[in-house]
Design a protein around this ligand. Structure first.
Ligand code: SAM
Length: 145
C-alpha cells in the first residue's frame, strides 16, 4: 500500500469519529452558525457571490460555513467517507454545496482555475507527500502534474 492509500484509509476511518466529536464545531453549524474561527472569517473577507473551492474539506464544516456566508462552494477530499458525510450534512441542513471526491495533487472533476478563491485551513499540508503538486493545484491549476 503506498503513502496515499495508507493515508486515505486512515482518514476514511476517522470520519465517523470526527462527525461525533466535540472537537469539531458541528453543533455550531447545526445551530445555524459558522464552524469557522474568527481568523478564517477575517482572512476570507467578503465572499458572498464568489466561487470558493475548499481543498481537503473533510466532512464539510468549513465548506458549508462558507456557503452560509453567501459563497458558491465546492469541497474536495480524497476520502470517500468524508465526501459522503459532507453531502449528508449539506442535505440535513439544506445548504447548497458541491462535493468532489479527488486527491488535491491530481484534481479530478473540477477546474480550480475557475474559482475566485481557493481555501485550505487547519491540518492539511502535513498529510501531503508531494507538496509541489499540491501547490500547483492551489496556485497554478492549469498545470497538470
Ligand atoms: C484535518 S482534515 C481537514 C480539516 C479541515 N481543514 C477543517 O477545518 O474541517 C484533513 C483532510 O485532508 C484530507 N486529505 C489528506 N490528504 C489528501 C489528499 N492528498 N487529497 C485530498 N484530500 C486529502 C483528509 O481526507 C481529511 O479530510
Amino acid at each position: 500500500m503506498d503513502h496515499l492509500d495508507h493515508n486515505r484509509k486512515m482518514w476514511d476511518a476517522r470520519v465517523k469519529v470526527h462527525t461525533r466529536s466535540d472537537l469539531y464545531a458541528t453543533k455550531r453549524l447545526r445551530d445555524g452558525g459558522l464552524a469557522l474561527d474568527r481568523i478564517e472569517i477575517d482572512a476570507l473577507g467578503k465572499i458572498a457571490g464568489l466561487d470558493v473551492l475548499n481543498l481537503q474539506c473533510h466532512f464539510g464544516l468549513s465548506t458549508l460555513s462558507m456557503a452560509r456566508m453567501g459563497a458558491k462552494v465546492t469541497g474536495v477530499d480524497f476520502s470517500g467517507a468524508a465526501i459522503e458525510a459532507a453531502r449528508e450534512l449539506a442535505d440535513e441542513l439544506g445548504i447548497d454545496a458541491r462535493f468532489i471526491h479527488s486527491t488535491v495533487e491530481r484534481l479530478r472533476g473540477v477546474d480550480a482555475s475557475e474559482y475566485d478563491v481557493v481555501f485550505a485551513s487547519y491540518g492539511v499540508l502535513c498529510w501531503i507527500g508531494d507538496l509541489d503538486a499540491w501547490a500547483r493545484t492551489a496556485f497554478e491549476p492549469e498545470f497538470d502534474t
